[in-house]
Ligand binder design. Structure first.
Ligand SMILES: C[C@@](CO)(OP(=O)(O)O)[C@H](O)COP(=O)(O)OP(=O)(O)OC[C@H]1O[C@@H](n2ccc(N)nc2=O)[C@H](O)[C@@H]1O
Ligand SMILES: Nc1ncnc2c1ncn2[C@@H]1O[C@H](COP(=O)(O)OP(=O)(O)O)[C@@H](O)[C@H]1O
Length: 321
């Protein structure tokens, strides 16, 4: 009998920036209560999942040499979690996962979360599962706080440890320059540094989310520039003091505001429009305060199957005897 092997599925998933990141106290489970406004950015990773006799994982692109290729890879963990959820044997996954990274690793931009979200969406399609977004988001939340947003995309208000999402209804696009660092920062280390700073003093705290939501609905980058805020910024800068220079250089280059993205060390610079972002990127890349720069805009959709025409490796359906 002939068994039809489904064709590989390629999924694109976005990076994120936290336009507003309010961090509360540490909870008993070690996580911190957050109130954050996420925006999904046009900086994306692509993940192809395919049926394979031997399971496998490969990572290429931005920071690939620093990404684990074993079972600790978030994409692989996502595949196992989904398999368990739908009653497949997670120890015998006949799946190959190929990740092409553009999102910096350990950069505060949810790159691993994007890969996990893309893997979930890819496998739902490859395995032809009937699963709603809410059910998939529940699986995602067990793997990492940012992964539900990587599925969701657009804008969202995140609470809890960041995994509880409410959509934010704004379609206005904002333009960014992202400065990438040579080395990443560990998210737990940055939260721990914030706890330490708070024990010793009073690092600045962001205000409420309401004014930021209003700025998003106005679409005015100058209004938003005044309201961007990140409680983790002081901690990231404390662990990596050179980031102060990077933040200053972006504003000197013409950005209307600069901030640490999430737990850092990537710096996100808000620009008035796309042309301005290109000019700021060109100037910033010559100053020597970061490894490289990227221009990005948001919001963009969450993890989505890329049509086969766009896929870098379109493969026709295979038939195995
Ligand atoms: C800070 C944020 C802001 O969006 O993103 P990044 O900047 O890392 O991308 C997120 O809260 C990161 O989310 P994510 O990277 O998924 O973190 P998780 O895997 O869930 O947690 C990693 C570790 O970070 C700390 N953590 C994370 C989330 C949270 N609300 N409180 C925490 O204290 C905990 O030490 C936890 O063990
Ligand atoms: N698919 C993946 N891509 C990137 N990092 C991964 C992946 N899987 C596991 N990791 C690990 O997760 C850590 C956090 O990576 P990442 O999600 O890129 O950063 P951040 O939490 O700052 O957004 C990395 O140090 C890396 O060791």
């Amino acid at each position: 009998m002939l068994a039809v092997v489904p064709p590989p599925v390629t999924v694109r998933a976005p990076a994120k920036v936290n336009l507003h990141l309010a961090v509360g106290d540490a909870r008993d489970d070690g996580y911190h209560e957050l109130a954050t406004i996420f925006q999904a950015l046009s900086l994306t990773d692509e993940v192809t999942v395919s049926v394979a006799d031997e399971p496998g994982l490969d990572v290429t692109g931005e920071g690939a040499d620093t990404v684990p290729l074993d079972s600790s890879n978030l994409a692989w963990r996502a595949a196992r979690a989904l398999a368990e959820h739908v009653g497949r044997d997670p120890d015998h996954l006949k799946v190959r996962i190929d990740i092409r990274k553009s999102i910096p690793v350990a950069g505060g931009m949810a790159g691993g979360s994007a890969d996990a979200a893309a893997t979930l969406v890819g496998l739902v399609n490859l395995w032809r599962l009937e699963m709603g977004r809410d059910e998939l988001s529940g699986v995602a939340a067990t793997l990492g706080s940012d992964i539900p947003f990587s599925l969701h995309g657009g804008y969202a208000l995140g609470t809890g440890r960041g995994e509880r999402l409410v959509p934010v209804l704004s379609r206005h696009t904002f333009h960014w320059v992202i400065a990438l660092a040579s080395r990443g920062l560990s998210t737990p280390d940055v939260f721990a540094e914030l706890d330490r700073l708070r024990r010793e003093g009073s690092p600045p705290r962001v205000g409420g989310v309401e004014p930021v939501l209003e700025a998003l609905s106005s679409g005015d980058p100058l209004q938003l520039a005044l309201l961007l805020g990140n409680d983790l910024q002081a901690a990231a800068v404390s662990l990596r003091p050179a980031l102060r220079r990077t933040l200053r250089a972006g504003v000197n280059a013409g950005a209307v505001a600069g901030m640490i993205s999430g737990s850092g060390p990537s710096c996100a610079f808000l620009c008035t429009d796309g042309d301005s972002a290109v000019r700021v990127a060109a100037e910033l890349s010559g100053v020597g305060v970061c490894r490289t720069v990227r221009v990005a805009h948001g919001p963009v959709p969450g993890a989505r199957v890329v049509s086969s025409e766009d896929s870098p490796r379109p493969t026709p359906p295979q038939v195995h005897a």
